[in-house]
Design a protein around this ligand. Structure first.
Ligand SMILES: C[S@@+](CC[C@H](N)C(=O)[O-])C[C@H]1O[C@@H](n2cnc3c(N)ncnc32)[C@H](O)[C@@H]1O
Length: 307
């Protein structure tokens, strides 16, 4: 599908490919040794299809080395290769705090108790040029009570022990909201956006159960594509997810009135993904989808439509 997409036609590629996991998921995971070469075949096309001000957001998880309580560095090697071999720019490293992750590997965490729970995944934001389209005003959060109190009291010009100068004009509440951190956080006004991906009763899950269809085992939460689609695209822009799974990305894009393209090698996941497009507007942005098209064939940009 990637090969059929014209050069420079996509505004955002947002995806979560299979990770190089030691314990493999049902959809198969490439071994760590082969992972970089495998992924780079996709990465070259991703760079090609992106517009000059386009972005590539990659969600990837870490992994342990076989037989020892030490971590693989395959995902860091991938980051270096994407920049140095393929030519992406690293716009920003972001992190997804996922408190629902299992305490794995059990041997090191819950049996021998020599490692702690891993609850962060990487979300790397790459761009085709150093100047991707981005607008953090589109993802402002509510101000914390402390921030509102500070604003009412007024902020005095001061210098922090770090040497950082705080001016009276600093971060006024009138700016419309607080600027989110790169640790992705929900609408909870804390430093961290905690996003679980274990929704057991959302529209998609319920419809899969009713239809007896396999529920995708590794969905990311809608808030992840929601955040980056708002930050990096505008209405009618084109968003692509080449490892779409249950098509969370497409459904969120649809709800935000962006065009989208999605594909996956597993037709069962794609069949179930259509449930994301049978709900209301709210369900679209909560889970994901497109009402009228089977997803296994590419929808080329000139035919892509939001509704
Ligand atoms: C981590 S899952 C993506 C889940 C998705 N973000 C969601 O929210 O449902 C990775 C997906 O990549 C798919 N996949 C594996 N190899 C692929 C390939 N060569 N081309 C396209 N999809 C592939 C798998 O079937 C799996 O559904």
């Amino acid at each position: 599908m990637l090969a059929r997409i014209p050069d420079g036609s996509v505004n955002l590629v947002l995806t979560s490919p299979p990770y190089a996991l030691h314990f493999k998921k049902e959809y198969g995971n490439v071994d760590k040794d082969d992972y970089i070469a495998w992924f780079l075949t996709f990465a070259r096309d991703i760079l090609r299809v992106l517009a000059d001000d386009g972005s590539f957001v990659l969600n990837i998880g870490g992994s342990y080395n076989k037989g020892t309580p030490t971590r693989s560095i395959y995902h860091y090697k991938l980051l270096v290769a994407l920049v140095e071999e393929i030519g992406f720019h690293l716009a920003q490293e972001c992190f997804w705090y996922n408190p629902a992750k299992m305490p794995m590997p059990a041997e090191w965490v819950t049996v021998r108790r020599i490692r702690v729970r891993d609850s962060v995944e990487f979300v790397w934001w790459f761009s085709k040029t150093p100047w991707p389209k981005a607008n953090n005003r589109a993802v402002l959060r509510s101000y914390s009570k402390d921030m509102i109190r500070l604003n009412e009291r007024g902020i005095r010009t001061t210098t922090r022990p770090s040497g950082h100068a705080i001016r009276a004009s600093f971060d006024q509440v009138s700016a419309g909201g607080s600027i989110p951190s790169n640790v992705l956080e929900d609408d909870v006004p804390t430093d961290m956006l905690k996003m679980g991906n274990n929704a057991a009763n959302d529209h998609y899950t319920q419809r899969c159960k009713e239809a007896g269809l396999k529920i995708h085992p590794a969905r990311f939460p809608a808030i992840l594509p929601d955040f980056f689609i708002k930050l990096l695209t505008e209405t009618s822009d084109l968003v692509l997810d080449p490892f779409a799974g249950s098509n969370t990305t497409g459904a969120v894009a649809e709800g935000l009135h962006r065009h989208w393209l999605a594909c996956d090698t597993d037709e069962t996941y794609l069949a179930a993904s259509t449930f994301r497009f049978t709900g209301s507007e709210v369900q679209l942005s909560d889970d994901a989808i497109r009402r009228d098209a089977p997803l296994q064939t590419a929808q080329l940009p000139d035919r892509a439509t939001t509704r």
